[in-house]
Design a protein around this ligand. Structure first.
Ligand code: ADP
Ligand code: AIR
Ligand code: ASP
Length: 296
């Protein structure tokens, strides 16, 4: 239904079809309207345990798009460079194309999930201080936990980039813990992805992907009620309500039925100062950007 409407609008406005670049478990990525940009399309698909468990959570994509936009904007305001450029419609946002560092950066404030299992620690136990862990982003290998030794040995990231990523991850944790506490939510743990943005000769690390209940553990501060993807992983039910509750508390809950009034503006121009010069290379397995060749 929505796809038909989009198709119709495209015909009316004579818009070219967008080039799909990659389809992941939770998002589709399309080429953006300007060089160095991509469109992130948030799907309703939910997977867990490395894709073993699958389902559709109706409206999840819309909520994650809004929640991630909101959090990326707040992080930008406090000096964290992010890939977010602007919202396009209920499910899509325009982002800067980056060369993803193939690591999941996990920050934990309380024991939960795989940490509780690995070390036999009761869920909810406060950790003495925020703890950072890294996983190698590789579905075929089940995203294994790795140490900095692995990261440098495989050259996934330089020591300098790692210092920046760690510093950003802790700052993001401080900020988001406070932001969520302000709306009665405990930030138990979360996963981040970073990427390299090439601007001419300069290369910088920026925050990419998404921050949403799909990749954070969020518990109601008073009751401990889970408001995140664990409701799906652990068959707790009431998943849509949990995601909606997070959006509502953050003040970004979309109006009911507003998805039908999709606005398509992917062909609109991006303000010049926000456009980047990096090139997008199409790859089957991941979204990559090419590193500019060094001038001799
Ligand atoms: P997965 O690939 O793990 O199934 P998703 O369904 O969320 O995950 O797909 C989104 C993909 O896009 C991820 O692989 C993520 O690393 C990648 N990505 C996120 N932000 C950017 C960006 N700004 N530039 C390039 N790739 C990105
Ligand atoms: N995460 C890790 N890989 C994918 C995701 N979404 C997130 C989880 C959780 C944190 O990373 O959503 O918030 C730690 O996950 P785990 O399973 O290692 O305990
Ligand atoms: N996102 C991963 C998957 O889809 C892991 C998880 O969230 O449980 O399998």
């Amino acid at each position: 239904m929505i796809h038909e409407k989009i198709h119709e609008k495209r015909k009316i406005y004579n818009m070219a079809p967008r080039k799909p670049i990659y389809e992941g478990k939770a998002k589709k990525i399309f080429e953006g309207p300007e060089p160095g940009t991509l469109i992130q399309h948030f799907k309703d698909d939910a997977t867990a345990f490395n894709g073993e468990k699958k389902s559709i959570i109706s409206g999840k994509g819309v909520l994650n798009n809004r929640i991630s936009e909101h959090l990326m904007l707040r992080l930008h305001d406090m000096g964290i460079p992010t890939h977010f450029i602007r919202s396009l419609n209920m499910r899509e946002q325009l982002v800067k194309a980056v060369n993803i560092v193939p690591l999941e950066i996990i920050v934990r404030n309380y024991a939960a999930g795989s940490f509780s299992k690995r070390f036999s620690v009761t869920e909810g136990k406060a950790l003495g201080h925020p703890l950072i862990e890294y996983c190698y982003k590789n579905d075929a290998l089940g995203d294994p936990f790795v140490t900095e030794e692995h990261i440098f040995a495989f050259n996934w990231c330089s020591p300098q980039e790692m210092d920046e990523i760690r510093m950003y991850a802790f700052r993001i944790n401080d900020f988001l813990s406070g932001l969520f506490a302000g709306v009665g939510i405990r930030l138990v743990d979360f996963k981040l992805e970073f990427g390299r943005l090439y601007a001419g000769e300069r290369e910088m690390i920026i925050l990419a992907d998404e921050i949403s209940p799909d990749n954070c553990r969020l518990w109601d501060l008073k009751s401990g009620h889970k408001l995140d993807k664990d409701r799906f992983r652990q068959d707790l039910g009431d998943i849509e309500n949990a995601y909606q509750e997070v959006a509502r508390r953050l003040g970004v809950l979309p109006n009911e039925g507003s998805e039908s009034s999709y606005v398509i503006e992917v062909n609109a121009k991006i303000p010049a100062k926000r456009a980047t010069k990096s090139k997008t290379a199409v790859k089957k397995t991941n979204v990559k950007t090419t590193k500019p060749k060094k001038k001799k």
